[in-house]
Write a protein that binds this ligand. Sequence first.
Ligand code: UDP
Length: 478
Amino acid sequence: MSVTLLRSVPVLTRPAAALEPIIGGERYTHLLSAAARFRYRLAGRTIWNINSTAVGGGVAEILQALVGYVDDLNVPIRWAVIGGDPDFFAITKRLHNQLHGVRGQGYLGDGEAEHYQRVLAANASELLELVRPDDLVLLHDPQTAGLTGPLARAGIPVVWRCHIGVDWQNGATGAAWKFLRPHLASAHGFVFSRRKYVPSWMPEGLTWIIPPSIDPFSAKNQDLDADTVRAILATIGVLDHGSPRAPTNFVRRDGTTGEVTRSAAVTCDGMPGPGDPVVVQVSRWDRLKDMGGVMRGFADHVAPGGAGFLMLAGPAVSGVADDPEGAAVYAECVAQWRALPPASRERVLLVTLPLDDVDENAAMVNALQRHATVITQKSLAEGFGLTVAEGMWKGRAVIGSAVGGIIDQIVDGTGVLLRDAIDLRSFGLEVRRLLDQPDQAERMGVAAHAYIREHYLGDIHLLRYARLFDTLVNPAQT
Ligand code: UDP
C-alpha cells in the first residue's frame, strides 16, 4: 500500500489589479502585458511550485502571494508540498544549516544520502502522476533538490531555487554542496537571491538572480489602523491588561474578514502599556536568527539606558513542520530569560504565536511589526530576510545585521546595518539611539517604505521569473 506524501496546496487567487494604486499605472500595465505574452508562450503548460511546507517561514509566505497573483493573471500555476519523516527533515535541516555556513552539523554520509533519496523518490513518483511532461517545475530549497533527477528523466524542465546562502564558502557549505550537487546535475536552471550564494561549479549560463518580494495586501502586510494594532496586541496578550481587545479585524487571503481571537503563549514578568516604546524581532526559533543575542544586547545595553520593552516573537514551536530545532532554541531562550536580572527580565517578552490559522498568525505578526518603535533582525546569516522588508514596508526603522539579503534591503538612510552581527554593544547603542530619537526613526521608516515599493514587490519578482521560464519554453528566442 502506498502512503501519500505529496500534498496539493489550494491556490487562492489574488486580484493583481489591487497592485495598481501602489505600483502605479505604468508598472501595472507592464505587468499585464508581460503576463499576456508569457501566457501565450507557455501554450497551456502549467508551472508547478514544490516546497516542503505550506505554512511558516519565508518560502511559504512568498508562494502564497505569488501563486495567487499568477492565477489571477490566468497563467496556469499549481503548488504542492512534499512529505517526509522526521529523519528526512532532520537531514534537510542540517543541509539548511550547512548552506548557512554552520559547522558541527555532523557528516552526512551514505545512510543519510540514501534516506534523502528514498523519501524524494517516493514523492517524485506521486508528483509524476500530476505533472505533465511539458509542464515546468520550480523546486524550492534543499528539501526538494532530490526531485530534480526523477522529474528531468521524465523530460520535465526543472528549475531549482535556493532561498538560502552565505556570502562566503567554508567546510560546511562545501559539505552541503557535495551532498546536493549530484541531485542537481540535470536541473535546467538555478535561482538564487544573491549572486554571492552561487557555488562556483554551477554553470553560469543556467544561473539566475531573483530576490524575493512581499505582498502589500497579505494579512502580514496590509494596513491596520492604530486601534486595531493595539487591540490585536491586547488580544494576543502582550499589552497591558487595561487595553481594549477590539477591533481585531483583518482581511484574509480569500477576501473574507478575519478576527484575531487567539492568544499567544507569552513568557513575561511585565508588559508595556499602549504608549511604551517597543523593540520587536519576529523570527523562527532558529539559532541563526540570534534571538538570544538580541535579548542579551537589549538587557545589557538598551534597558539600562532608558525606557522600552523587547518582544521576541516566533511561531508556536510545534507548528513548523520542517523546522525540528525550533523547540530546543525556544527552550534556550526561556532559560536565558529566566536568568536575566529582574529589572531587565520584566522588560523582555518571549512570544510564541499560534499557527492554527495562518492568516490570523500573519495578522498578529503584522500588528507586532506595526506597533514596534524599532524592528531588529540581528541574524547571524540570512538568505534574504523577509522580516526586514516587512518591517520597512510598514515604515518602521529596521536595525539588521550586514549579512546576506539584509545588505541589499537596508541601503543609505533606510535603516541601520550592523557591520558585526555579534557586537552586542553596537547593536544596543543603535537601538537606544533610535528609541531616543523617534524623529530619525520616522524619517528612516519613510525612506524604507519607498525603497521596498521600488524593489521588492510582487510585480518585479514575477517579471524576473517570467524571463527565466521564457528561456525554457522558447530557448531559441532568447
Ligand atoms: N513568520 C510568521 N509567523 C511567525 C514568525 C515568522 O509568519 O510566527 C514569518 C515572517 O513574518 C516572515 C517569514 O516567516 O514572513 C520568515 O521569513 P524570513 O525570510 O525572515 O526568514 P526564514 O524563516 O525564511 O529564514
